[in-house]
Design a protein around this ligand. Sequence first.
Ligand code: PMP
Length: 314
Amino acid sequence: TKCSQGGNFSKGELQRFGNIELSPSSGVLNYGQGLFEGLKAYRKQDGSILLFRPEENGLRMRMGAERMCMPSPTVDQFVEAVKMTVLANKRWVPPPGKGSLYIRPLLMGSGSVLGLAPAPEYTFLIYVSPVGNYFKEGLAPINLVVENEFQRATPGGTGAVKAIGNYASVLKAQTAAQAKGYSDVLYLDSVHKRYLEEVSSCNVFVVKDKIISTPAIKGTILPGITRKTIIDVARSQGFQVDECYITVEELLEADEVFCTGTAVVVSPVGSITYLGGDKELQSISVSLTLGTTLELACILSAANLLVCIYKLKD
Ligand code: PMP
């Protein structure tokens, strides 16, 4: 059915990782009708495996599917498929403290479509891979550069969902920044070119005088599951957390900046370089302290155990 949520997805089956067959005229290859998710399975000391809030990813995929005019699996189907895939690959879940198993669900328009239209058929698949730290710095602070040529998302676009095409459009800025020695770029809003949005694959938080703030969800940034968790955890610890507009000037006066995401978990930011603006700034590097960030990272890793819903057993 066109643009419907109620897709009729059959129960999937496991198959060995390998190439898949796709029509050259499939919706995903021609019109980018594709979404993905990312989540992790962790091994605990007692050997059991934990998934971090998988139903949140299932829900986000459904919201994305609605935007991309695709049907999607139900949250139950999504979580069941994740569990099945992780259990089948449990020997690849690293020991505690040695990384995690990254889980990548993909939803795509796999049916043939020549004129611009939603694909007539969809495929949902999941693959997994053991991973270590996302940034080569590990838990050491990363260095961000504020991007002032390219934008990640525009109002009314697809920035708030995990559309595959969103990631193609950040590669140019990201690789250019990395070639200059930065860890990643920090995007500003596309209208005023002044308010913080997010990094290529994580959300951003600013700490000033112990008050934590993060860009509000307003249709152009991804509602991160780690972001939501950190907000809840920080508030429950008595921190004030504001979801608001944050200017680049406020960023440069922050005491601490950190990024959150499934891949990066909580990554402290050590310096920010800003080469734009009307103040004829060439470059400002801020050296940041890390107290609140590390406190939250520790609370999150303890909270991980509290909020992980699924303990997988055979
Ligand atoms: N923003 C973007 C653009 C992302 O790709 C991600 C990773 N999913 C995030 C933020 C962080 O979201 P989450 O905490 O759900 O991984």
